[in-house]
Structure formats: structure tokens, C-alpha cells
Design a protein around this ligand. Structure first.
Ligand code: ZN
Ligand code: ZN
Length: 249
């Protein structure tokens, strides 16, 4: 199982690095593609949160679940939008706020923590219930290319070298793997911790859907994009139906 989880983690990390590389290879990244992926990713992850992660968290830790979910949400809010001045998904176009190198470093730190919990959610999900973990993997995968693109474009907007931008997306990929591996350590300490970590990552996933992805979609001038959120929810439903024989309730 450990090996399988690591392989899925590597795919997610590779998508991250691919997102950064795509941005660096093309002068003009098609904005619509990035928005389609963010919208599908948002719908998918929010359906996953409400239909699976929240009820499963209650099954795992009972009445304590809401506290751990809130902690997961709050932790990402703290690291992405409390101590970090400027972080949003999609290509960085605000060169005015990225003039200071500190700004791009703090955005990097915020995305690093975010990506760590992407990996954490995949790993803890798969340990908890493998087929459910697969759905978490898809939810993360859908926004990984835009995420890699985000960090690479932040570095470019801060007038850093292309090589630095590539290394930054690589490092965010590594953060995802660290999240994957940290769950192995946690579960070795105590099996009970996995349930708590699961509820915690349900809250973190809520943050990713509702506070990282949805606001970007709401900014879009293309009105098809908000509709695609419902497409993401349908995609989740289809994915769940497909995996049903494998054991997701
Ligand atoms: Zn910006
Ligand atoms: Zn992410």
C-alpha cells in the first residue's frame, strides 16, 4: 500500500512540475484552460467534501470531527492568507505587488504549505479507505497543473530567472511528497491519529475548494466558467459511481 500511495503522490507532484514547465515553455498560456481546470477542480473537491469527507470524518472520530475540520480549514487560512500578503490561484498578472522579492517568497511559502496538505490528504485518504483516497487524488490532480503554473508565474512576475521559477514548481512538487510521507510517520505512531488527520484534511480540502479555487472562478469574465463548477460536481458523481464496485459507500 505504501508503495502505491507513493506512486500516486509522484503523479500529483509531476502534474505540479508539468504546470510550471508549461508556463515556462509558452509565452502565452491559454487562460481559459487554467480556468476550466480550476472550475472542474472546485466542483469536484466541494462535492467530495460534503458527500464523503464530512460524513466519513464523523464515522472516524465521532463528535470531535467538527473541531478537527475547523482546525484544518483554519491552518490553511493562516498559512495562505493571514501571514502571506498575496496568494491566489492561476497565472500571476499583478507584477506591481510582486516587485519585492519577499512577496514572491511569502507566496511560495503559502503554496508550499498548501501543497504539503494536498499530499497529506491523498495519503491519509488512501490509508483510511483506498477508493475514497483515489477520489481525493483526482480532486487534487485537477488543480495541480494550475498550481504549478501559479508558482512559476509568481516567480516570473517577481523578475526571477526562469530556472528559479522551474525550481520553485519542483519544490512545491516535493512539498506534496512530504505531505504523502508524513502520514506514514503519523500512522506508525498511532492508528487513531489517522482518523484525526482525516477529519483535519477534510477541513483543509474545504479551504482549497471554497477559498482557493472558487474565488478565482468568480473573477472570471467568461460566464461559462461558473457553470463548469457543476460539471466538476457531476464528474465527482461519475467517478464515485465508477469506483462504487471497489468499495466507496
Ligand atoms: Zn496576483
Ligand atoms: Zn493544491
Amino acid at each position: 500500500m505504501t508503495f502505491t500511495i507513493i506512486m500516486f503522490g509522484l503523479v500529483a507532484a509531476a502534474a505540479e512540475i508539468a504546470g510550471g514547465s508549461l508556463l515556462l515553455m509558452r509565452r502565452q498560456w491559454p487562460r481559459s484552460v487554467q480556468e476550466y481546470l480550476l472550475a472542474l477542480g472546485a466542483g469536484f473537491i466541494l462535492a467530495l467534501v460534503f458527500l464523503e469527507l464530512v460524513p466519513e470524518s464523523f464515522r472516524a472520530v465521532g463528535g470531535e470531527a467538527p473541531l478537527f475540520m475547523l482546525m484544518g480549514y483554519a491552518l490553511l487560512h493562516f498559512f495562505e492568507h493571514t501571514i502571506v500578503g498575496h496568494l491566489h490561484f492561476g497565472e500571476e498578472t499583478h507584477t506591481d505587488v510582486m516587485v519585492s522579492r519577499v512577496a514572491s517568497l511569502s507566496t511560495f511559502a503559502g503554496l508550499f504549505i498548501h501543497a504539503f496538505f494536498d499530499g497529506f490528504a491523498i495519503s491519509v485518504g488512501m490509508e483510511f479507505n483506498f477508493t475514497l483516497g483515489l477520489l481525493i487524488f483526482f480532486a487534487v490532480l485537477l488543480h495541480k497543473i494550475p498550481e504549478g503554473l501559479t508558482i512559476a508565474s509568481v516567480m516570473i512576475a517577481a523578475e526571477r530567472k526562469r530556472q528559479t521559477a522551474f525550481l520553485a514548481s519542483l519544490a512545491i512538487g516535493v512539498a506534496t511528497m512530504l505531505g504523502i510521507l508524513s502520514v506514514f510517520i503519523l500512522s506508525a505512531v498511532s492508528g487513531q491519529v489517522v482518523g484525526i488527520a482525516f477529519a483535519f484534511s477534510a477541513g483543509a480540502s474545504t479551504y482549497v475548494g471554497a477559498s482557493d479555487l472558487i474565488p478565482e472562478i468568480n473573477h472570471s469574465k467568461n460566464r461559462v466558467i461558473p457553470l463548469l463548477v457543476f460539471g466538476g460536481m457531476l464528474l465527482f458523481w461519475a467517478g464515485k459511481a465508477l469506483l462504487a464496485p471497489a468499495g466507496v459507500r
